[in-house]
Design a protein around this ligand. Structure first.
Ligand code: ADP
Ligand code: MG
Length: 518
């Protein structure tokens, strides 16, 4: 769902008002005095803007993501990935969780399936009717609801009762022409976008929460059992036949649509994460017999990646300190939708305090957490109007800052650009790390690729940030192509897999259904 910043464009502030004066003399004196004050104000503003410009320049240096740095970030990620595949529980940073998904959808799945997709902001229920022929979707419906804030930090029972009730109401709207399984049990895939240690394809233990969720009593317990119990309390008969991380759902959806070249699933929404198809024998910590396919989908939980190469600023530290999980999820906090608005807000606050960017008083709203959402930042970033009217409107309507000059607005847009550019390029470095890990990022052996036909690799993308923040997406794509280079043996495509996590969960429910013959 596109989140709106919620601004209306009334035109710019500060039109010229006309006043009548009694005598010519008085008028001249007043005009002269007014001019002097205006000139002094302008000079002051110029000094403030210059000071702000210097601070912005320093921030840009601190957030810079030149290609060599991105390569270091990717290499550090690969190193952590290898460490995480060795050890049960993963490395200190990357959990590298085996998904128990050995077979991705083939396109031949058939029947009516549901999915439940619990993200960081939104919660979706879906119903999809699969035709059984190559990639055929007969019908598809969904409903999306925002997760009430109080449920994010309440009890597991309250959260799952809410989800189960929403699912139950959605099941009740099922068209009678759709045919559930012969025994009338509906099957659903559960896309869950928090770290889980899976114990089978349909069970898993919550390790901890991220993205502002904190439901302590649900940690360490089987998430499917908690959900299944709540469905039971709702009086409905829905069986969860696959528990999948949302990245794994996105990858599965990508396979269904874009075929076998899809090797990576990546989410850029409220949070960020990625998964990929690994050689099963490379998963050293896997103790069970190796899957017949020889492959295993691994969920990195890359939001928790950290490295001295990550170009952090004071604003990242502030955001981290104010979060419910200080010290964790560094990569996520620099890259994903939950945090970009907050990073820009902290930068603006500093500019307001130390360079008086908005005058002598610091606008109160700038001190309010979450007063500037990422959708607003993306709208300001995408503002290419000569007068930066969108920036003016956001500053006015969201932060209560009126009558800004073009110079001030330019500085604000610069900050949005800086933070969006850094986020998009770091996300690209992450994807490049995965490509390196699976050997799809190097040059041809002889170093001359130009004359040969390149192989294709698809990265299935999902998430509101990637979908709607177009400048961010462009930065990510450009950086990835810079990293992969023109001499590589592979061509890489980022493909938006709309609602991928939910549909993919339904597809995986289908491929793991009790009613599907192996
Ligand atoms: P979830 O992460 O809950 O699964 P989504 O994938 O829909 O949900 O992502 C929602 C997030 O995407 C929001 O929290 C916001 O950060 C980001 N987002 C949504 N719309 C926009 C937009 N227009 N511009 C920038 N970011 C957006
Ligand atoms: Mg999601």
């Amino acid at each position: 769902m596109a989140m709106e910043c919620g601004i209306a464009l009334p035109g710019l502030q500060g039109g010229a008002g006309h006043m009548m004066f009694g005598g010519v003399e008085v008028q001249c004196v007043r005009v002269r005095a007014g001019r002097t004050v205006a000139m002094a104000m302008q000079k002051l503003k110029r000094v403030q803007v210059q000071r702000a410009d210097r601070m912005v320049h320093d921030l840009r240096m601190a957030s810079a993501t030149p290609l060599p740095l991105l390569r270091q970030v990717a290499d550090a990620l690969v190193e952590e990935m290898c460490a995480g595949l060795e050890r049960e529980g993963g490395s200190e940073q990357l959990k590298m969780l085996p998904s128990y998904v050995e077979n991705l959808p083939s396109g031949n799945e058939k029947g009516l399936f549901y999915a439940v997709d619990l993200g960081g902001t939104n919660f979706r229920v879906l119903r999809v009717s699969l035709g059984g022929k190559k990639g055929e979707v007969l019908s598809q419906e969904y409903k999306e609801v925002a997760i009430p804030r109080e449920l994010m930090t309440g009890t597991g029972k309250d959260l799952f009762d809410f989800i189960a009730d929403t699912l139950a109401k959605f099941v009740d709207t099922e068209d009678t022409s759709l045919e559930p399984n012969p025994d009338k049990t509906r099957e659903a895939g559960f896309a869950f976008s928090f770290p889980v240690r899976q114990t089978s394809v349909k069970s898993g233990i919550v390790i901890h929460w991220t993205k502002g969720f904190k439901i302590d009593d649900a940690v360490g317990k089987d998430i499917v059992k908690q959900f299944q119990d709540a469905i039971g309390r709702s009086g409905h008969n829905v069986e969860i036949s696959a528990l999948v991380n949302d990245t794994v759902g996105t990858l599965a959806g990508g396979r269904y649509n874009f075929q076998e070249e899809t090797m990576i699933g990546c989410i850029l929404g409220t949070g960020t994460n990625a998964c990929y198809v690994e050689r099963a024998d490379a998963v050293k910590k896997w103790k069970d017999p190796l899957p017949k396919s020889g492959e295993m989908v691994i969920n990195l939980e890359w939001g928790n990646f950290r490295s001295p190469w990550l170009p952090r600023t004071f604003a990242d530290e502030e955001v981290d300190n104010e979060s419910v999980n200080p010290g964790d999820q560094w990569f996520e906090k620099m890259v994903s939708g939950m945090y970009l608005g907050e990073i820009v807000r902290h930068m603006l606050l500093k500019l307001a305090e130390e360079a008086a960017l908005f005058g002598d008083t610091v606008p109160g709203k700038l001190r309010e957490r979450h007063s500037l959402g990422t959708p607003c930042v993306s709208e300001m970033h995408a503002d290419t109007s000569a007068e930066l009217q969108v920036v003016a409107a956001v500053l006015h309507q969201n932060l209560g800052i009126q009558s800004t000059s073009l110079e001030q607005r330019r500085i604000v847009r610069d900050l949005c650009d800086m933070v969006g550019q850094r986020g998009g390029r770091l996300a690209a470095a992450g994807v490049y790390g995965l490509l390196k890990k699976i050997g799809r990022a190097g040059p041809h052996k002889n170093g001359f690729a130009m004359s040969r036909k390149k192989k294709k690799t698809v990265v299935a993308m999902d998430g509101g940030l990637y979908e709607h923040h177009l400048p961010y997406r462009k930065y990510m794509e450009e950086a990835l192509h810079e990293l992969v280079g023109r001499n590589g043996a592979y061509e890489v495509f980022l493909r938006l897999q709309n609602d991928g996590s939910g549909i993919g969960a339904a597809l995986l429910a289908a491929s793991h259904s009790r009613h599907t013959k192996p």
